[in-house]
Design a protein. Structure first.
Length: 376
């Protein structure tokens, strides 16, 4: 178990922030990196052309390390929706084929597929979760010869229940479907073996479990798509862009690997160096240890909430970092506001309270949540 890291964050003792799935707080190190990086632009004569590349590669190598893939497979994106738009531009959907998603999936991983299905004559197939179980069996059942694309997360953003991505990846390969993942609610907090899953694309926004600022994320692109179509055409992604004097010798070839998919103006030091410091925090401990620690925290809260009548799925059925507490009856009106008034910060999704701690949480936070729930 990793000891509590609260002193590395600006969390006052009376604040009980259990909502990393909404957004993580920035650590002192991330804030310091962003401030120092913002100051670089106060002295642009010291920001050399080479820095456009070093700043980008600094982030890319850390993102790759966290995901356990080669740096060449990572593109820099501003949002999950951007990465998913890249994916939708590069995976085929034939007339009549289905896009498989989870029911009530996060909209950034739905709208893009609705658009593609409308344009291609395809159909959407949102899988329902039939029981208190995880999503895996229902997703596997929904994948068949008529499936063009499977676009799912590792755990559902509302109920935290998991999808067995290794099994889904194998089924996709067996039927010839593309696999696109939104790992925004799991990467960094839950181990994933991307080599075993073998998705076509996998995106993660950086401002939740990756501990970074808003506006920076990472996109894994499988090597088979490294010759694909970017969704924008900026100068820096083309080969030879290091030579600022020669930029108008227009070129058709790109920087290597997934770099052709990088967003425009990617080399933004405050964002990329801040995001890199967020990744450094995670890499210091490793995802396995983080997941184990968060599993311990969420299991302890679940056990105490059970005494108040809340139900919760066990780790395995749900993700280690993601606790969804089911209310025994009606959800009391204004509940999250009442909890927030006691400085207990969680989210309500449907009839479930989403409790998502991280390494900055402590025993007092769990205690405050349980006391506030009992009172409510
Ligand atoms: C599963 C999931 N994906 C993506 C996002 C964010 O999407 P975007 O980066 O497109 O704003 C969220 C935010 O809550 C989310 O829960």
């Amino acid at each position: 178990m990793i000891p509590c890291q609260r002193d590395r964050f600006a969390l006052p003792p009376e604040v009980h922030y259990l909502n990393c799935a909404y957004m993580s707080p920035l650590s002192h190190a991330v804030v310091a990196a962003m401030e120092a990086a913002a100051r670089l632009k106060a002295t642009p004569w010291r920001y050399r052309p080479a820095d456009f590349f070093t700043v980008s590669e600094h982030f890319r190598t850390r993102a790759a390390q966290l995901a356990g893939v080669a740096a060449d497979c990572i593109a820099i994106v501003p949002a999950a929706s951007y990465g998913l738009a890249v994916a939708a531009a590069n995976v085929p959907l034939a007339r009549g084929q289905a896009v498989v998603t989870l029911a009530d999936q996060f909209p950034s991983n739905v709208y893009v597929w609705q658009e593609l299905a409308a344009r291609s004559g395809g159909v959407m197939r949102a899988v329902e979760r039939p029981s208190q179980d995880c999503w895996s069996a229902a997703v596997l059942d929904a994948i068949g010869p008529d499936t063009g694309i499977v676009a799912v997360p590792h755990c559902h953003w509302a109920d935290g229940r998991v999808v067995d991505l290794v099994a889904v990846g194998a089924k996709c390969r067996a039927v010839g479907a593309a696999l696109v993942l939104d790992l925004t609610q799991s990467l960094g907090a839950m181990p994933i073996d991307l080599a075993a899953v073998d998705p076509d694309f996998a995106v993660a926004a950086g401002y939740k479990w990756l501990m970074g600022p808003y506006g920076t994320g990472m996109l894994y692109v499988a090597p088979r798509h490294h010759g694909g179509q970017p969704i924008e055409h900026n100068w820096i992604n083309r080969a030879g862009s290091e030579d600022f004097a020669g930029l108008t010798r227009y070129r058709e070839d790109f920087q290597p690997g997934a770099r052709r998919f990088d967003m425009g103006e990617k080399a933004n030091p405050p964002l990329l160096l801040g995001a890199s410091a967020g990744l450094d925090f995670l890499l210091e401990f490793g995802v396995e240890a983080i997941a184990e620690t968060l599993a311990g925290q969420t299991a302890a809260i679940a056990a105490r909430a059970a005494a108040l009548g809340f139900d919760a799925a066990p780790v395995g059925t749900r993700a280690p970092h993601f606790l969804s507490l089911g209310f025994p009856g009606e959800v009391p009106k204004g509940l999250t506001e009442r909890l927030a008034a006691r400085e207990v910060h969680v989210s309500l999704r449907g009839r479930s309270l989403r409790v998502t701690p991280h390494l900055y949480n402590n025993e007092a936070d769990a205690e405050a949540l349980i006391t506030a729930l009992a009172g409510a």
